[in-house]
Design a protein around this ligand. Sequence first.
Ligand SMILES: Cc1cc2nc3c(=O)[nH]c(=O)nc-3n(C[C@H](O)[C@H](O)[C@H](O)COP(=O)(O)O)c2cc1C
Length: 198
Amino acid sequence: MPGSYLSLALILGSARYGRRCLAIADWAQAQLESATDVVVDRIDPQKLPLSLTDQPLPRQAWQNLERRIDHADAFVVITPEYNHGYPAALKQIIDAVRHPWRAKPVGLISYGGLSGGIRATEQLRQAFAELHAVTLADTVSIVHADRRVDAAHGFRPEPGHVRALATLDLRLRWWAGALADARRRRPYDDMPAGRRTA
Ligand SMILES: Cc1cc2nc3c(=O)[nH]c(=O)nc-3n(C[C@H](O)[C@H](O)[C@H](O)COP(=O)(O)O)c2cc1C
């Protein structure tokens, strides 16, 4: 984090045709971008050549994704809940790169039915812990997303959603600054020989 601005990658979790993710991402991006010191890079699985059978990603696409994740100082992931988990497309993005996630903060926005997607959120914490990324305690959880998203109006947030995203944004900035400073002082992988982890 160069001090002057926050480089934030906004990662969409759903690649589904007709996804509600887009409307929620539009809302989140607009609120996050209301600050002038942030640059948002939207990473959209529909725009990546993801495939369950053609792995790994084509070299150029993989390098491009790695560069974008590497460039970011912080992440906001927007995930729906599918059968108590998060979508396969999101897992592919997470698994596509390894080191660029390290020692960076991840804010989680989830949505779904009655649960508001919190089971997907909790599963994401496990995956990001393995990647040495830091998931924030503060989240945004949207219950009954189907009642809050429509083609005419996009996502209609409740005041609580707006407040929760503002809190997430504050925490994300704290962690992004603290971890960027720490990475600058000492590279995360600067460990004594024999102590390096996967
Ligand atoms: C395959 C599938 C499984 C789902 N499972 C759950 C679930 O376990 N819990 C829940 O709250 N909502 C569940 N839903 C509802 C979705 O969270 C909801 O439709 C959401 O809008 C999907 O995100 P998307 O429209 O951005 O793809 C499921 C939807 C799909 C398509």
